[in-house]
Design a protein around this ligand. Structure first.
Ligand SMILES: NC(=O)c1ccc[n+]([C@@H]2O[C@H](COP(=O)([O-])OP(=O)(O)OC[C@H]3O[C@@H](n4cnc5c(N)ncnc54)[C@H](O)[C@@H]3O)[C@@H](O)[C@H]2O)c1
Length: 241
């Protein structure tokens, strides 16, 4: 039996990078349907994937997308809050627009879609919500005041939802993944002179691969993690910033 047989899954930011890897793995693992919610369509297809072009910051549009999934599928089993951006600068140089945009997508986007999805999961008595945080949310990082605030913020939301969504006896679990530095387009903005010391400081001496984050998400999405709730899973090769 595949690990996500029959599950209805929503992944934000599924067009590329970690989100794409998760969608592809979830499709392989037998999900009934995987919705990739992204600003643009991903370049991959399959009978059990649908690309939804949506901005997670648009509250009303997110609400109507989630309602349409409820009407069509009757359930949402897994939500991965993965869409995220960086807009780095030292705080002295960080303009208000950079602060607002990162907060809007990385925090409000997570709030918007979870607010719409969680009641459906609670009504069905089960579900798994996975928030993609970052090592930066745990340890901080120079030039990432806005990003660190959001990634620490989603950990706070994770702990809150682990309590809030289980209040009426539903097995709706909320966990977070805190990736270290993973080889995706997001990393292309980081110069090699910064990347090499990161590899050197990592006990495993390399950056992570998208599949290594997707595997962690698969564990948290599947029944194998049925007693894991309110946990932040670090997947970083042992790096401490
Ligand atoms: N790559 C890393 O090393 C790393 C490390 C720690 C955490 N993360 C986190 O993992 C997540 C994915 O990162 P990635 O490296 O795959 O990034 P990425 O930039 O490759 O992909 C992010 C995706 O999110 C989508 N997106 C951006 N804004 C959106 C919006 N408003 N609405 C809908 N979709 C939107 C983009 O179109 C893109 O497809 C992010 O939350 C990131 O903060 C990444």
């Amino acid at each position: 039996m595949k690990r996500l047989e029959g599950k209805v899954v929503v992944v934000t930011g599924g067009a590329q990078g970690l989100g794409k890897e998760m969608c592809e793995l979830f499709m392989e693992e037998g999900a009934k349907i995987v919705y990739s919610v992204d600003l643009r369509k991903g370049d991959y297809t399959g009978e059990n994937v649908r690309h939804i072009e949506l901005n997670v910051t648009k509250t009303d549009e997110i609400q109507s997308f989630v309602q349409s999934v409820k009407e069509e599928m009757g359930q949402i089993d897994v939500l991965v809050n993965n869409a995220g951006i960086t807009k780095d600068a030292l705080i002295q140089k960080m303009d208000e627009e950079s602060w607002d945009r990162v907060i809007d997508i990385n925090l409000k986007g997570v709030f918007n879609i979870t607010k719409a999805v969680a009641p459906i999961m609670m009504e069905n008595g089960k579900g798994s919500i996975i928030n993609i945080s970052s090592i930066v949310g745990l340890n901080g990082n120079v030039g990432q005041t806005n990003y660190a605030a959001t990634k620490a913020g989603v950990i706070g939301m994770t702990y809150t939802w682990a309590k809030e969504f289980t209040r009426k006896g539903a097995a709706v679990r909320t966990n977070a993944i805190a990736p270290g530095f993973i080889e995706t387009d997001m990393m292309k903005t980081i110069p090699e002179k910064v990347l090499q010391p990161l590899r050197d400081q990592t006990p495993l001496k390399r950056l992570g691969k998208p599949r290594e984050i997707a595997n962690a998400a698969l564990f948290l999405a599947s029944e194998e993690s049925s007693f894991v709730n309110g946990h932040v899973l670090s997947v970083n090769g042992g790096l401490r910033l």
